[in-house]
Design a protein around this ligand. Sequence first.
Ligand SMILES: [Zn+2]
Length: 279
Amino acid sequence: MLDSNSGGTARRSLLKTAATALGTAGLGALGSVVAFPATPASAAVPPGSVQKSSIYNFDLYYTATNTSIPESGSWWFNPDFHYRLEQWLASLCAANTTIWHPKGKIHHVGTYGEPNEFPAHPAARAIDLNSIWVQKASSTGVSREVDFYGGHQAGGAVRQRYWATVASLSGWFRHVLHYYDGGSHTTHVHVDNWVSGNAPSIFSTSSGTQVSMVQACLTYIWKRPVPIDRSWSNGGQTDIQSRWVLNSVLGLSGGLTTSQSNWQAFLAGSRRTGFGIGS
Ligand SMILES: [Zn+2]
């Protein structure tokens, strides 16, 4: 399911332009792409794309489910998108420095591909995340700290870390599709920079994706349950309870729609509280 703000003729045109510009010259490189075996021969890697085997200090593995065997390799990324992913992950590690070493691995379900879905994938500006494995300060091996495959359904602290990480991603990227976007997003989280580019996200009350993420954070992290119905109304429960977080916990005035800094503060607070490292 796509976010209500996604899609559009302009994006399809851009994709077509990029594919036409490269022609068939890039097809030879497709042989090393592990993700999406169904990618048709007509697809072409966008010009300027780079192959990466890691994000920050985290090695990438293709893993469709939590029981499939992880496959190492390299995947196509738009360089600006990859750099932004590195910035996000470095910030998440820095915030969790007392419990995480800044290294581990990421299981994902692909970056470049999916020509029939949202166009960020054919543009190599998206990744579908399965899980994040981190070396904790207390051990030498890595453990799955964030589970996007079944983490929401697992409940408890696993579910809190799921939403804390989605909140963190949602500050860096405008388009983060999650459990309440339905479809395949119940078993992976989709991240792209199609809308927000290299800038921090802003909050749109017309985005069912962002609103339901806020509703999930209020319900599962802040313990202020609200209906998770993807809809926003000024003065409604989601507005009231998010103001409680901003005003009573974070010491700020106004609501989520007051300023971008309030939106970002709510996300940062949800990340801290969801990981159990303060509010
Ligand atoms: Zn995706």
